[in-house]
Ligand binder design. Sequence first.
Ligand code: BTN
Length: 247
Amino acid sequence: MIIGSKFIFIKSLASTNALANRMLKETNVSEGTVIYTDYQSKGKGQPGNRWESEAGKNLLLTIILFPSFIDPEDQFIISMTISLGISDFLKKYIEDCRIKWPNDIYAGNGKICGILILNSIMGKRIENSVVGIGLNINQEKFIKHIPNPVSLKLLTGHEYNTTICLGELTTEIDKRYEQLLSGMSAEIRQEYISSLYRYNEWSPYKTSSGILTGRIISVTDSGRLLIEDQNSVLHEFSFREIEFMQS
Ligand code: BTN
């Protein structure tokens, strides 16, 4: 077991990702270390966003990895691996769980989890990967500006023990990471693509050149989304170049 070989709990801090970055600079951290907290005062979301989470209700964690065996050009495979691990965990409790490219996990049409991965590249090598995960477990009310949030409790009506959830989650992510280490990236990629939210479904997307009706058919090795339009023309997008619209 790599992920979860060491757990560090801090009751309240600015951001588990920020602490992970500091520890990587200042100390010797072992691969698979999980830093987790009950409350973040400056939780980081995707660039320009914050991650808000009610104290003690959800999972807020960062996993430190040293995936030097991955070519920086293929770094999106780390995101694929982590996303599958999170969805393996969620599928124990809910049926309709999908990976919303590139950083979210959806339950139905609601966001249950956000992922923020920062890979530090040195030359041709990934030096380390800081994997931040915010997973909504018991929170029932969310501040207004967050679009369509959900939690396990909202979906199932049950209250969960977050410590047990953390153990189960890291076990599932570890299994996927071991799969990646054993050279099964093609399988991971295939499973990731078929687990995508709106995979192969005709849906509208907002792009810089207008509204595109198309279906997701794949994600490239570099992590770009491939959409086929109704004339069988392929379009490639990176994050922020495309927005999912309500179908
Ligand atoms: C998103 O914008 O959807 C990504 C959210 C990532 C939030 C997690 S919570 C734990 C870790 N520490 C942070 O500051 N952010 C990530």
